[in-house]
Design a protein around this ligand. Sequence first.
Ligand code: ZN
Length: 153
Amino acid sequence: MYPLSDLTDLYQEVILDHNRHPRNFGALAEADRTAVGHNPLCGDRLKLYLKLDGDRIRQVMFEGSGCAISKASASLMTEAVEGLTVAEAGRIFEAFHKMVTGDQAVDLDDETLGKLAVLSGVREFPIRVKCASLAWHTLKSALAGSAEIAKTE
Ligand code: ZN
């Protein structure tokens, strides 16, 4: 189980809320891209549905099952990228990846990251980084039109 006590109360609240009430949860019938992601380390699985309008992400939805972190991260991701261009979503992915892998310091007040900063605590728990990144790897694969299952390895 994720040591939630190690996160700040505020971040913990947001994550638990997104886990209990995931945003944009469900299948999107008129999706023009889909991708499946699997994190074998934890057992998280999700399917992502994308509706594009040119190079803009019009709508994103997901379904699947997994731990609280993977679900909350997917929920937050759908909110973060909706309405963005593919290039903008790519920049957020980069910033998010830097934040959770902790390779270098990131400015958590950075507007690019916005609400995603609530997941910064996972950098202390390498196994959970994969849970938090799963939705993003799946998004990347959906945007690339890849038919392969997105893996966190
Ligand atoms: Zn997980």
